[in-house]
Design a protein around this ligand. Structure first.
Ligand SMILES: [Mg+2]
Length: 174
């Protein structure tokens, strides 16, 4: 069961993702989480560094959609100035929002990656849809809400099991 929580790739930040490699593998779409993936959970707007990264992503020919479990005012305020489509109150890991996101992108699962900081929402949801999943280290874990804290406890249990099975290696990143 815990294998479904395993991402295909782990990075510290989105900036470490090798976009050219993804592109050469036929990836054309990015479904990304917002809170603690793109900016800290309490940061309202994109940082200059993130804006520059998103410009680079789009100029390479990737399409981007933000899929967040957070509410419309949080996600809309963040995404609108960037001109990025978004789905709020997504209820990840449920499949519905991922299906909607693929429709927004106009792409197939095999052409799309999911980026997020949570194994129980972003990674599990993406894996179940057959998407390539990329786990980032949460930007500001101290700012996480109650639901996320509960998810982190389950993540910890999952990590113990995955390490025992030899499926999770330390030192792979950082
Ligand atoms: Mg998140």
């Amino acid at each position: 069961m815990f294998e479904r929580l395993l991402p295909h790739m782990r990075v510290n930040t989105v900036y470490e993702i090798n976009l050219d490699e993804l592109h050469s593998r036929g990836v054309r779409g990015i479904i990304t989480d917002l809170d603690n993936t793109l900016v800290g959970a309490k940061e309202a707007l994109a940082t200059p560094e993130l804006i520059q990264w998103l410009d680079g992503v789009r100029s390479r020919g990737f399409q981007v959609v933000i899929v967040s479990n957070n509410n419309d005012s949080r996600v809309g305020k963040f995404a609108s100035p960037l001109n990025i489509p978004y789905i709020h109150a997504a209820r990840k890991p449920a499949a519905k929002a991922f299906r909607r996101a693929l429709k927004v992108l106009g792409l197939e699962a095999g052409q799309t990656v999911v980026i997020g900081d949570q194994m129980l929402t972003d990674v599990l949801g993406g894996n179940r849809m057959g998407l390539f999943t990329i786990l980032v280290t949460p930007i500001a874990p101290a700012d996480e809400g109650i639901m996320t804290r509960v998810n982190r406890q389950i993540e910890r249990i999952a990590l113990i099991r995955l390490r025992k099975k030899g499926l999770w290696y330390e030192g792979e990143i950082k």
